[in-house]
Ligand binder design. Structure first.
Ligand SMILES: Cc1cc2nc3c(=O)[nH]c(=O)nc-3n(C[C@H](O)[C@H](O)[C@H](O)COP(=O)(O)O)c2cc1C
Length: 215
């Protein structure tokens, strides 16, 4: 009797530990900061990549992540976004956020994070030493569904997704500076790993990654 009680207790504790280890399938982000911060021209004047040596390694809060993601492709009007998307179509570059617990896709529709893969992939995504120190790695991956509906060619869509990724990453640089976060753009990534882990189809493209850490 006693033995079975302890067995049940042990299994329950294991169950709770397993449940705690499993990252949430969906995370509602807190409201982003939409005003204040460093004056825009000061942020432009200060814009710089954080050095790969001694890369800032403190944790970025959910509030800060919320503001960075909103600045990178969140809605700022009824049917428009913080960065320009051609022909007013829905965003055609997805942002994935790799952290300690897993990789999440930013859903601009309801400003939330959706689990794409469990586990810590940060050091594998970008093999450069500084990526190990980063609080999070942002991964920019094309998602041309909205463009395809408008017609055009792969070459055309590729150009537009690259332009969008440039605008998105520049916003991340400027807002990072305002929030005291170090950021570094990188083209270096394990593309095969990103494709496999995030199920990126052959006609879509992992464009770049971005390491971020609080100073
Ligand atoms: C297209 C592009 C690709 C880059 N790829 C990498 C990279 O793979 N690894 C890295 O450490 N930095 C990378 N960088 C960051 C640059 O090294 C950095 O932006 C450059 O040294 C200029 O410094 P600044 O951003 O402080 O002006 C890249 C930057 C750009 C624009």
């Amino acid at each position: 009797m006693k033995r079975s009680f302890f067995a049940v207790l042990f299994l329950s504790v294991l169950g709770i530990a397993a449940a705690q280890a499993e990252p949430a399938a969906s995370i509602a982000l807190p409201a982003p900061q939409k005003s204040g911060g460093k004056p825009i021209l000061d942020a432009v004047a200060a814009r710089a990549s954080a050095s790969g040596f001694g890369f800032p390694s403190n944790a970025i809060s959910r509030e800060e992540l919320s503001t960075l993601l909103w600045a990178a492709s969140g809605k700022n009007r009824t049917d428009k976004w913080t960065i320009p998307f051609a022909q007013g179509v829905d965003p055609y570059v997805d942002i994935y956020v790799a952290g300690e617990e897993g990789i999440y896709r930013y859903a601009w529709q309801d400003h939330s994070l959706k689990l794409a893969a469990s586990g810590d992939f940060r050091a594998k995504i970008n093999p450069q030493a500084f990526a190990r120190a980063a609080s999070h790695i942002l991964i920019f991956v094309s998602n041309r569904d909205s463009l395809k509906k408008k017609g055009g060619s792969q070459q055309h869509w590729a150009k537009w997704t690259h332009v969008a990724a440039g605008a998105m990453t520049e916003h991340v640089y400027l807002v990072s500076d305002s929030l005291g976060i170090g950021a570094r753009y990188a083209e270096t990534m394990d593309v095969n790993l990103v494709r496999q882990t995030l199920n990126v189809p052959d006609d879509e493209e992992p464009i770049c990654v971005f390491a971020i850490g609080k100073r």
